[in-house]
Ligand binder design. Structure first.
Ligand code: GLC
Length: 483
């Protein structure tokens, strides 16, 4: 009898395996991803091919990293996930003091009109300014706006499309700084000057580069997934803004927006039925394909779709009620994946807690094992794909020692993401290149303030060297860039 039982077991596991094998990819599959990604990046950097490229490789107008001498008091805004934050950042060399408050963005605003969104943001800023008694301060503001933008200046950025959970009407193609400025005038009497708008990946890089000279890549693994890096200006065919040779090295941070990689179908060779289903039911079908295989907004849902499939095949939760939350779209959060993978013994405490939250009844320890197994496969593929992206950038930059600044809830809270990524990057980078992944603290807040500070420092330098008077209204001046 025991031998018959184990034969039955084997069959069950073989069956499970056939439903998840698409997540196990060979080293050569990731090398193929790297080659395709690099080609797409090159297309995005060239003037004649950027239009057709999925990865837009937006030049950011951030051309200098902080040197540690930045100081002053700044407001910073962070918009891009489910929350909106307002921060007061005090910089004094390497000392940074931050006070912040988080405000919820209700779904009706995320899917409403641009006016509603910016009015809501302005209201939050108004409240923050009053609470911190800043009404009479003329504060420079750094705005972390974590969506793809075509920048026309450090403080001028046109939204190219919405991503993640946002889809506010009437914003695509508009300058988001102007929209914010108008909302501030409508709703508050705050005196702020928007000095810089940055992507969260850029903020993360700026924040880490403040203390580490080897840091030239920024990565976000949060609700979305994106990377930025410092590129030589000669390679940026889309840079048409002249140069300020006096104060900037010939380089610019590129916001890759690599989440859109695969939108042309080039990743279809590695997408599973679950990826296709997730995409079909998303608010942006056929868009952000790479992001949908990696980031926090989607990973839990991929796991859920696999579990549902296994359950329909009677390989999992055979006596669960089909009306429980597990069978509802969006109910399996990515934080569950992190929690489940944090279980290290056979008691499966976290896994059981998650299954209880999802109202799954009568599950067995065997079920817990399968659930954890599915989580490990989905998150390993996500980590390896992100690693392939980073290895592409590390190889391109070809520097001996490279620090990559990383931020985002997925990276912070997942117990194995860091190690999985390091393992895969080692396998994929050119021999001899060393790298370090380093958690960047408060990239969005500190990074936006630092970008504003660097820009003001360079602006003052420019005014001093060109003999311009100091009292001029900062907002009306071109920032370090000749139009
Ligand atoms: C999405 C956005 C991108 C952002 C990333 C992480 O990919 O398009 O701008 O950096 O999410 O928040």
């Amino acid at each position: 009898m025991p031998s018959t039982r184990s034969a039955e077991q084997l069959t069950k596991y073989e069956k499970i395996e056939s439903f998840v094998k698409g997540f196990k990819l060979s080293g050569s599959a990731y090398k193929r991803v790297m080659a395709l990604l690099h080609q797409e990046m090159i297309n995005g950097l060239k003037h004649h091919s950027q239009g057709g490229a999925d990865i837009k490789m937006f030049p950011t107008f951030v051309r200098s990293l902080p040197d540690g001498s930045e100081c002053g008091e700044f407001l910073a805004l962070d918009l891009g996930g489910t929350n909106f934050r307002v921060l007061l950042v005090r910089l004094q060399g390497h000392d940074v003091e931050i006070q912040s408050k988080t405000y919820l963005i209700p779904q009706r605003i995320m899917l409403g009109t641009g006016i509603q969104l910016f009015d809501h943001i302005a209201d939050c800023i108004g409240k923050f300014v009053v609470e911190h008694d800043l009404q009479n301060h003329q504060l420079p503001l750094g705005f972390t706006f974590s969506f793809p933008c075509q920048q026309e200046g450090l403080a001028k950025a046109r939204l190219s499309k919405w991503t993640k959970g946002f889809r506010c009407e009437g914003v695509v193609g508009k300058d988001i700084c102007q929209l914010l400025q108008e909302a501030l005038q409508r709703r508050t009497n705050c005196h702020v000057e928007i000095v810089a708008v940055v992507n969260d990946a850029v903020g993360t890089l700026m924040s880490a580069a403040h203390g580490d000279r080897n840091c030239e890549i920024g990565l976000i693994l949060g609700t979305g997934c994106n990377a930025c890096y410092m590129e030589g200006l000669d390679n940026v065919g889309t840079w048409k803004h002249g140069e300020d040779q006096d104060h900037h090295p010939r380089q610019v941070i590129i916001n890759t927006e690599w989440g859109a990689f695969g939108d042309n179908g080039c990743l279809d060779f590695m997408r599973t039925e679950y990826d296709h289903e997730l995409d079909t039911f998303s608010i942006n079908p056929a868009k952000q394909i790479m992001e949908k295989m990696i980031s926090g907004m989607y990973m839990g849902e991929i796991v859920r779709l696999v579990l549902v499939r296994l359950s329909h095949e009677n390989l999992l939760f055979t006596s669960a009620d089909r009306d429980c939350n597990l069978f509802e779209r969006g109910r399996f959060y990515t934080k569950y994946v992190s929690e489940i993978e944090s279980d290290t013994d056979e008691f499966f405490r976290n896994t059981k807690q998650v299954l209880d939250e999802l109202q799954v009844e009568n599950y067995t320890t065997e079920d817990c094992k399968v659930v954890k197994y599915v989580c490990t496969l989905v998150s390993a593929r996500a980590a390896f794909l992100a690693a392939a992206g980073l290895a592409t950038l590390i190889n391109r930059l070809n520097k001996q020692d490279m620090t990559i600044a990383v931020d985002g809830s997925l990276y912070r809270f997942h117990p194995r993401f860091h190690n999985l990524m390091c393992l895969k990057i080692k396998e994929l980078v050119k021999p001899g290149l060393k790298f370090k992944l380093s958690l960047s603290h408060d990239g969005s807040g500190k990074g936006a303030a630092l970008t504003a500070a660097v820009s003001l420092r360079l602006r003052n330098l420019k005014m001093t060297t060109s003999g311009e008077e100091n009292g001029k209204n900062l907002a009306t001046q071109t920032i370090s860039v000749k139009a």
